[in-house]
Design a protein around this ligand. Structure first.
Ligand SMILES: Nc1ncnc2c1ncn2[C@@H]1O[C@H](COP(=O)(O)OP(=O)(O)OP(=O)(O)O)[C@@H](O)[C@H]1O
Length: 251
């Protein structure tokens, strides 16, 4: 197996008596979509926050492209090439699609608003933003105010914003949430292309999408990974069938 781009080792995080991350280790290798699944409250978002920054683990480490990033800020991690889309939209709803993409290209910290006006005249930033919009088929919408986009289009825009920083790996927290079957399929196809540029750690509830696109799946239950494997291995795994997939999917 090729070298890991992202490596999480023995992460622990407690909230009071609750162990939300109970010794989690996983990695992301070039060219793959590694899906993280698990029931509500299993600790998926908590893990993603510790990888992306914003939540400090009690113990354990996160390495990205050979750098120890456990103590780094979210912005430092983003600059190293760790891209992220959020479960809750981080888009500026009153801004146009192009403005959101340019904001992404400038960087993702709050202070970018200071540089925003000149950024909208910066040819290199505009080109980067437009090329990202092209890739998710939103170029024709660049002057539309983001609040007027459909839910699915907002999800596409979030991916475009992440793309503007040319990430070397992606963390995606439920990118298909609220999308219809068609939108979810289009995004799944796009992720299949994208993974060759930058592997993707994907948290997703849409099991059809996960089974259709994941190269590897890890199953998180009560803060512990109970299995990691291919789609076939996970479907057949006895503990996963009991703990997560339920009788109806086990057939
Ligand atoms: N800041 C916090 N303070 C206290 N408890 C928290 C905090 N964040 C998360 N938790 C708890 O940690 C556990 C894991 O939550 P987390 O959101 O990571 O789960 P999840 O797998 O992402 O769930 P979902 O699928 O519903 O998004 C839950 O029991 C949650 O209530």
């Amino acid at each position: 197996m090729p070298d890991s781009i992202l490596k999480v080792s023995n992460i622990e995080k407690s909230f009071g008596a609750l162990k939300a991350s109970d010794g989690i280790s996983l990695d992301l290798v070039p060219g793959e979509i590694h899906a993280l699944i698990g029931p509500n409250g299993a600790g998926k978002s908590t893990l993603i926050k510790q990888i992306a920054g914003g939540l400090k683990p009690d113990a354990g480490s996160v390495q990205f492209l050979g750098h120890e990033i456990t103590g780094m800020s979210t912005a430092q991690r983003a600059r190293l090439g760790l891209g992220r889309t959020f479960q809750i939209s981080a888009l500026a709803m009153g801004f146009t699609v192009l403005e959101n993409a340019v904001l992404g290209a400038v960087g993702q910290s709050g202070s970018v608003f200071r540089f925003f006006k000149p950024a909208m005249k910066d040819a290199a930033l505009l080109a980067r933003a437009r090329s990202a919009l092209d890739r998710v088929n939103l170029r024709d919408y660049e002057n539309v105010v983001t609040s007027e986009l459909s839910h699915g289009q907002r999800r596409q825009l979030e991916v475009a914003v992440a793309l503007t920083l040319a990430p070397k790996a992606f963390l995606m927290d439920e990118p298909m949430a609220g999308m219809g079957g068609e939108g979810s399929k289009t995004l799944t196809n796009f992720l299949q292309e994208l993974k060759h540029e930058a592997p993707i750690l994907l948290v997703e509830h849409d099991m059809d999408a996960v089974f259709a696109c994941a190269d590897r799946i890890s199953v998180l239950v009560y803060g512990k990974i109970i299995a990691t494997g291919s789609v076939e291995e996970i479907r057949a795994h006895p503990e996963v069938r009991v703990a997560y997939l339920g009788e109806e999917d086990a057939a």
